[in-house]
Design a protein around this ligand. Structure first.
Ligand code: SF4
Ligand code: SF4
Length: 295
């Protein structure tokens, strides 16, 4: 199974891009799953979407913490190290930028770095800076995982007429104009690179914004928008009853029930909204909701 994380801004079609990509995988004979994370739902704010693909059915239903592939739809995001959080060594970065030298993930141990000036292409072809279809074309060429024809068929599920025609041209230009650089990933990343990656993965820098939940800070959105902030109760696991079936992870609408190092599923409290769906779905009554104030 491969895991993909898409980063873009509200209005760039990030979520639809993930859906079209998943459809293209399925059209190509693979299994795929997809879901979004909106954070502050506002045009221009940072948005994430997650996709998985594989040869066998996919049960994981959590957000992607360790992406094999990063697809970055907005140039400003490519320059912020936060968005490379958890990136796997030997992975693929596909970025919308005309300033490759400013890519913050350059020091990571990637196998492929592929860039395209998607904003320019989108504006030239459609008159708007919606970069999603261009980046899908870039994805097809940069990864070799999906066929351009399957992406075209997937796009036809979402667009019609002139809009489809323009976006097909954008897709093809994303494919054709992609600049691909390949590397030989080191078996063991240099200690300094590993330390940087680990630091990004487990300890995002403290946010200094005094109103973190109310703002969609352009550079720190991934850190500041934590949907767990409005939770007033949380699920608590009683390990003795847990069957390790993983249903809580499948049903969690926020995709934040994750497998911990102890082998049990736990909510990621930065994102858990306290909705209680996992508690309802747990067949073993191993989860119970507890009010925040008594914890
Ligand atoms: S309470 Fe809701 S958001 Fe939190 S882990 Fe359970 S299903 Fe997910
Ligand atoms: S659904 Fe319940 S029994 Fe299954 S893994 Fe989650 S907590 Fe354990």
């Amino acid at each position: 199974m491969g895991e993909i994380r898409l980063h873009g801004r509200g209005g760039q079609g990030t979520v639809i891009a993930a859906e079209m990509l998943a459809n293209a995988f399925v059209l190509g004979g693979k299994y795929a799953s997809v879901f979004p994370s909106f954070g502050v739902e506002r045009r221009g704010s940072a948005v994430m979407a997650f996709a998985r693909y594989g040869e066998t059915p996919i049960r994981e239903h959590t957000r992607v913490y360790r992406p094999d592939i990063l697809l970055m739809l907005d140039q400003s995001l490519t320059e912020n190290p936060t968005y490379y959080e958890g990136f796997r060594h030997g992975g693929i970065i596909i970025a919308n930028t005309k300033h490759e030298e400013n890519i913050a993930g350059l020091s990571l141990n990637q196998k492929v770095l592929a860039t395209v000036d998607a904003t320019r292409i989108a504006v030239e072809e459609t008159g708007s800076a919606v970069t999603n279809t261009c980046m899908l074309g870039a994805f097809a060429r940069g990864t070799g995982l999906v066929r351009l024809d399957d992406l075209k068929k997937a796009m036809a599920l979402y667009f019609k007429g002139e809009v489809l025609a323009k976006n097909l041209r954008v897709l093809e230009r994303g494919y054709e104009e992609l600049k691909v650089t390949t590397f030989t990933p080191q078996l063991a990343a240099p200690a300094a690179q590993l330390a940087a990656a680990v630091e990004l993965t487990i300890a995002p820098p403290k946010d200094t914004n005094p109103f973190p939940a109310a703002w969609s800070d352009v550079d720190k959105k991934m850190i500041t928008v934590q949907t767990g902030e409005w939770r007033f109760r949380r699920p608590e696991l009683h390990k003795a009853s847990c069957r390790l079936c993983g249903w809580c992870s499948v049903y969690c609408p926020a995709g934040c029930m994750q497998l911990g190092e102890d082998g049990y599923y736990h909510p990621d409290l930065a994102y858990c909204k306290g909705c209680g769906v996992c508690v309802n779905e747990c067949p073993a009554q191993a989860l119970k909701m507890t009010a925040e104030e008594v914890i």
